[in-house]
Design a protein around this ligand. Structure first.
Ligand SMILES: [Zn+2]
Length: 423
């Protein structure tokens, strides 16, 4: 899948100073994907951190500098819907060993590097779904990015996440109480207290594991009851936040959907009935195709050479059922299982599994913004945040173009400059 090679393109910028957020800037790509449709020949004006104009003939303020992006598509900064910025690929270090043996200091240092790699790949917003044993380090990393201490995407964070007692790992001998990758909570009082505690400490989303691999034979089984989940949703929604549910079993997905969570992650055993219920209830589906794909490759599977393993065949079937059902798809790959900065792997696999490139690009921009309630971004439209990415080629025809990043802008500031920019 790593088929991308960065191709240098001739780019001319008539700027003589570093481009900062306050300067008016006229961006001149070959075309603009505005979050919904492609427009050949559009230009975009940015000033004061916001988009001020976009269209076929825009008036740039006097003295505005021009940034020529020939051959490039300009699109809204990409939005990653499911990451673990404090985890790194499991073929480097297993999840258990990361949770148990890496210090928070090491994990945060890695997180800083991950945040930078994510931003440079064109992802200007990321919903991070659980620190996996690193407490509230995500809240601190988010604050450091917002204060400009380190570069990174705008983060939405979930803190430790909530699991049912006994369901989650790391697991060892029964005599030992090992530290867990998430916060255990049970019953109405326990769930309400954990959710309020997490929100109070900075969680933007409350993540709950509606099932996990804790069945009698190690298979995934539901954890919380529908009633527990419904109360959790009521408590969290009343604060203006939402619940996101991890669920890979059909039963876990059904309970989560009936309880009213906002998004369901993974959904490997989802079928048409499950996805139709989600569509009816307005619950979005985040397929995390790249996570299972990556773990299979770590186990020795060679995509395109070996036949698809059972888990990959099932994933393709459930993804097809999701597309058929009309459920809203959230773009999110569970990045962290694979390398941060390689977020586009999810987009490529979604195309391989049956979505059109245009639909995927829409999902990763305006689609995610709508589902995540981010009405200040995800589109190229006057008034919205100037979070923009330019890529060589047309990603609505060739999804791999998303890898050929030539410029990234966050809040009007060019954080990755085109090659050849005059200083
Ligand atoms: Zn995850």
């Amino acid at each position: 899948m790593l088929r991308s090679v960065l191709v240098a393109v001739a780019l001319i910028a008539l700027a003589s100073l570093p481009l900062s957020a306050q300067d008016a800037l006229l961006l001149r790509p070959a075309r603009v994907f505005d979050g919904e449709a492609m427009h050949e020949g559009w230009s975009v004006v940015v000033q004061g951190g916001r988009i001020t104009a976009a269209g076929p003939s825009v008036d740039a303020p006097r003295g505005a500098r021009r940034l020529e992006l020939p051959g490039a598509t300009l699109l809204p900064g990409l939005i990653e819907g499911h990451s673990h910025i404090l985890l790194h690929p499991y073929n480097e270090t297993t999840w258990n060993d990361q949770v148990l043996f890496e210090s928070v200091g090491e994990r945060v240092a890695r997180g800083v590097a991950h945040a930078r790699a994510t931003l440079m790949a064109g992802f200007t917003t990321e919903r991070d779904l659980g620190t996996e044993g690193a407490g509230y380090a995500d809240v601190g990393l988010k604050a450091a990015i917002e204060k400009g201490v380190v570069p990174g995407p705008r983060l939405l964070v979930a803190g430790p996440a909530i699991v049912a007692t006994g369901s989650y790992g790391p697991k060892g001998a029964a005599e030992w109480d090992l530290p867990k990758g998430a916060q255990e909570a049970d019953g109405y009082d326990g769930l309400v207290r954990a959710a309020r505690e997490q929100m109070g400490k900075g969680a933007d989303w409350v993540k709950v594991y509606a099932d996990y691999r804790w069945g009698a034979r190690g298979e995934a089984r539901p954890s919380f009851t529908t009633e527990e989940l419904a109360l959790l949703v009521q408590v969290v929604e009343s604060t203006g936040r939402h619940v996101v549910a991890h669920a890979s079993t059909k039963e876990g997905m059904m309970r989560s959907a009936l309880a009213g969570v906002k998004t369901i992650e993974h959904g490997d055993a989802g079928d048409l009935e499950t996805f139709q219920l989600m569509a009816e209830r307005g619950v979005a589906f985040c397929p995390t195709v790249a996570a299972g794909y990556s773990t299979r490759t770590y186990a020795g599977w060679r995509p395109g050479v070996d036949p698809d393993p059972e888990s990959i065949r099932r994933k393709k079937e459930s993804f097809a059922a999701a597309l058929q059902s009309g459920v809203k798809i959230l773009f999110g790959g569970d990045v962290g299982v694979y390398a941060h900065g390689n977020n586009v792997l999810e987009a490529e696999l979604m195309v391989d599994y049956g979505m059109t490139p245009e639909a995927v690009v829409k999902t990763a921009t305006s689609g995610n913004a709508d589902i995540l309630g981010l009405d200040d971004r995800g589109r190229v439209r006057p008034g919205l945040l100037a979070d923009l990415v330019a890529v060589e080629g047309d990603p609505t025809k060739d999804i791999g173009a998303l890898r050929r990043v030539v410029m990234v802008m966050k809040g009007g500031e060019v954080v990755r400059e085109p090659a050849g920019t005059n200083r």
